[in-house]
Design a protein around this ligand. Structure first.
Ligand SMILES: NC(=O)c1ccc[n+]([C@@H]2O[C@H](COP(=O)([O-])OP(=O)(O)OC[C@H]3O[C@@H](n4cnc5c(N)ncnc54)[C@H](O)[C@@H]3O)[C@@H](O)[C@H]2O)c1
Ligand SMILES: [Zn+2]
Length: 355
């Protein structure tokens, strides 16, 4: 078990259950609610009940997936809390992936002007990324995460035990964010992750704290994303646009899969513009190409892709904002590109990836 102490809360990683039991006993909440989706109800809730006794919890169930990260689902969660008489001394436990964590945290932070919540993330992505940093919210008008708040949980409890039921594609997707953490700030972490051969046999407890620390340090320095937090956006300017392009198709990409493609493209931009050495660029590009699903980006969609990049929340003054790499483990924020450079990048990607 490892404990990371942040400014106002702690993250427990490993065999979390004694600490969780202790947290629940000490806090003595009036009511405890557990938010799950249909999958985590089936796969994760039984583990929770096996490990934690006498919680007297009420369960709130929602349908799974990003498509349900909406105001309608929030209404359902708030109504359930009302119906079951949640008062301001209640606790909401978010047991699930990033969708549950983001939306449950948002609902808790707004219900009666805010009740306590804790995160028990059950996907790799939510364990290394979305469960820390205080960003909560939902999608609105088809724009991802466009309504939300910054608010920290009371604690985060991370146990890789939940990965036993998680599809390997979800693991791979989450690992893209860990690789990103290595690329932007910890070359040793990147190298360690490159050595992993079989995703089904990883001792995750060994890698998760290192990855979390990268995010923790960045977020603590800049909680409201005014400057350095943009570092976490590496791979995301192009990655988000690619994710959106494939969202409505028959072959949507998982977030981490889209970000992997984004990192390939943005590593190319970094090589062209930010001094990333060619051999390091090649290593990054070849790794993601080999380990992650690849797509063809149709030329006629380039303007749409660039349009989405322009709409990214992290932009200022109309310029398209990128985080680039100066080297593996060293990033530069607030880099901008001309449209023709982005087109050249997308063409490079298409011409050099094997599908
Ligand atoms: N707040 C942030 O800083 C931040 C950062 C990154 C991503 N996010 C958000 O996170 C979300 C993506 O998170 P995600 O990838 O965890 O998605 P998710 O919550 O949709 O989970 C993926 C799928 O796995 C299922 N699942 C979860 N745990 C399982 C388990 N242990 N066994 C079997 N199935 C399981 C879920 O039901 C779902 O179908 C997005 O909405 C994204 O916007 C937020
Ligand atoms: Zn991401």
């Amino acid at each position: 078990m490892q404990i990371l102490n942040l400014d106002t809360y702690s993250i427990f990683v490993g065999d979390i259950w004694k600490n969780l039991q202790q947290f629940l006993s000490e806090k003595n909440y009036s009511h405890t609610f557990i938010l799950v989706d249909e999958n985590t109800m089936e796969c994760c809730l039984p583990i929770f009940f096996e490990k934690i006794k006498n919680t007297n919890s009420e369960i709130i169930i929602i349908p799974p997936g990003e498509i349900n990260k909406t105001l309608d689902t929030c209404q359902h969660i708030w109504s359930e809390l009302m119906r079951m008489n949640a008062d301001r001394k209640s606790l909401l436990i978010n047991l699930g992936g990033g969708v549950i964590g983001d939306m449950g945290g948002f609902c808790a932070s707004t219900y009666k002007r805010g009740i306590d919540f804790i995160q028990i993330p059950t996907t790799l992505l939510s364990q290394v990324d979305s469960s820390i940093g205080g960003k909560l919210g939902i999608d609105f008008d088809n724009v991802k995460n466009s309504i939300g708040v910054f608010q920290n949980p009371q604690a985060v409890f991370i146990d890789p035990i939940f990965f036993d039921t998680l599809p390997i594609e979800e693991i791979r997707s989450g690992m893209a964010e860990m690789l990103k953490h290595g690329l932007i700030q910890n070359a040793a972490h990147w190298e360690e992750l490159l050595k992993i051969e079989n995703l089904e046999e990883v001792d995750w407890e060994k890698y998760i704290p290192t990855s979390l620390k990268v995010k923790q340090h960045i977020v603590e320095e800049d909680p409201f994303e005014k400057n350095i937090r943009k570092a976490l956006n590496f791979g995301h300017t192009i990655g988000h646009a690619v994710e959106t392009l494939f969202l409505e198709t028959e072959t949507p990409l998982r977030h981490g899969e889209a970000i992997a493609i984004g990192m390939m493209c943005e590593a190319f931009l970094s090589f062209k513009k930010a001094g990333l050495p060619e051999n390091e660029f090649q290593l990054i590009f070849d790794f993601f190409q080999k380990k992650y699903p690849q797509v063809h980006l149709p030329k006629e969609d380039f303007p749409t892709l660039i349009n989405w990049m322009r709409k990214d929340k992290k932009n200022e003054n109309d310029a398209i904002n990128f985080t680039m790499l100066k080297g593996i483990g060293e990033m530069l924020i607030n880099q901008t590109c001309e449209e023709k450079e982005i087109i050249e990048t997308l063409e490079f990607y298409n011409n050099h990836t094997k599908i």
